[in-house]
Design a protein around this ligand. Structure first.
Ligand SMILES: [Zn+2]
Length: 419
């Protein structure tokens, strides 16, 4: 097992305090958006005490089968198939969508063949992998995810029309509402989305007019989450069509302990909150607004799944010891929550770590000792570890003050060791 040192990403939308408070460390004073725990090439974790230049990625590369297990190497290649993040959003992230595996493979190959530099700002596909994700809320967590029924979205745009009546903005809201009333739902969603994302001058002016009108109107109640979100997004990204596109999406508030997964084609944005995010090891993001970065509209329209969907929540499965497993419908990862209260009757029962390949463990409260046939490793709040496949099975012994920790492994097999 290896105690890890993990890189912080300082994206501007990050909270300056949330990650430091969660992990019991000193805040840097700058935005701390994401803590990355994994072996991603851009910012790999490092085993504490490792030689200069050694990272979790190089440790895995030195002996992939011992680190990951043969089944994981067979399924995902000789690399850690997932990346774990602690994510702290103080302001909204970009509206985005992730490609299917076949789209990522084709898109990556096409950009390689065309000689587009991997670091080029207009490059769409950084690698040839898909990027399914899951977010587990540690605090109240606000997000947009997937399309609502077009009729519901149409009703929202129809509420906007009277509050901007007489201005050119009303023509845009009326037109989008009409597109959303197209009889076929997929056509309705794609026509309205395409109209907005094209972001002509009329759309950009409409965003600002609508935001201003919502702020002052008595017709648009300020407690209406969908309309309040438009104003909030337009304040952060003036004139950005993504603010109006948000009306077409499900507005989600996760309570602590709730989790949501994002399949390929799902248009989503994280708005605010602290969570544990797990994803396949990929960087393939197509942005669709709420960003100053490159938006490739044709590629975006090919990638978005134009179908209304319920919010894809992931409920936990419980093991006999009362520990919870969140298993989204992807094989790359699953998340185990290990929650042992200070004086709970289970406090002395070790908790089996669900393991199917390599495991990453993060402690966010209390302490635990990981116990494998190859040795022990004690972790306190804020500390994390890598358990190679070759050291399974692992048990977690909670410290006297209890523990709240998360363990991520692949979703291959039945995750032996849980029951
Ligand atoms: Zn995403």
């Amino acid at each position: 097992m290896h105690l890890l040192s993990n890189p912080l990403r300082d994206y501007a939308w990050g909270s300056t305090t949330a990650i430091a408070e969660l992990l019991g460390r000193k805040a840097s004073g700058r935005p701390e958006a994401e803590l990355w725990i994994g072996a991603h090439q851009d910012a790999p974790s490092r085993p504490v005490g490792a030689a200069d230049g050694e990272t979790l990625a190089s440790l895995i590369a030195a002996n992939p089968v011992a680190a990951l297990g043969a089944e994981s190497v067979e399924a995902f290649g000789p690399r850690l198939p997932y990346l774990v993040k602690v994510l702290a959003a103080a302001s909204p992230l970009s509206l985005q969508v992730h490609p299917r595996l076949d789209q990522a493979k084709a898109g990556f190959a096409a950009e390689e063949a065309a000689g587009v530099a991997r670091s080029a700002p207009h490059r769409n596909y950084k690698d040839d992998n898909h990027k399914p994700e899951m977010i587990f809320a540690l605090t109240r967590f606000e997000a947009l995810s997937g399309f609502r029924r077009p009729a519901e979205a149409a009703a929202l745009f129809e509420r906007l029309t009277p509050i901007v009546a007489g201005s050119p903005a009303a023509e845009v809201t009326e037109q989008v509402a009409e597109l959303l009333r197209t009889p076929r739902e997929d056509e309705a969603l794609s026509a309205a989305f395409a109209r907005l994302i094209a972001g002509g001058e009329d759309v950009r002016a409409c965003v600002d007019a609508v935001a201003a009108a919502i702020a002052t109107s008595t017709h648009a109640r300020s407690d209406d989450a969908a309309l309040a979100t438009v104003a909030h997004l337009a304040a952060a990204y003036p004139s950005d069509p993504g603010a109006l596109i948000s009306l077409m999406l499900n507005r989600v508030t996760l309570s602590p302990g709730e989790a949501l997964y994002l399949p390929a084609g799902n248009v989503h944005a994280y708005l605010e909150g602290l969570g544990i995010e797990v994803m396949a090891a990929s960087d393939n993001v197509l942005r669709g607004g709420l960003t100053p970065k490159h938006v490739d509209i044709p590629e975006l329209l090919r990638t978005v799944a134009f179908a209304a969907s319920a919010v894809p929540m992931v409920g936990p499965q419980e093991s006999e010891l009362g520990q919870e497993l969140y298993r989204p419908p992807f094989t790359e990862f699953q998340l185990q929550r290990i929650d042992v209260p200070a004086d709970g009757r289970d406090a002395r029962e070790p908790v089996p770590i669900a393991q199917a390949g390599a495991v990453v463990v993060l402690v966010v409260g209390g302490s635990l000792t990981l116990d494998t046939p190859k040795g022990d490793l004690a972790l306190t709040r804020g500390e994390s570890a890598f358990i190679p496949d070759s050291e399974a099975p692992a048990l977690a012994h909670a410290g006297p003050e209890g523990v709240l920790a998360f363990a991520v492994t692949t979703g291959l097999g039945a995750a032996s060791g849980l029951d």
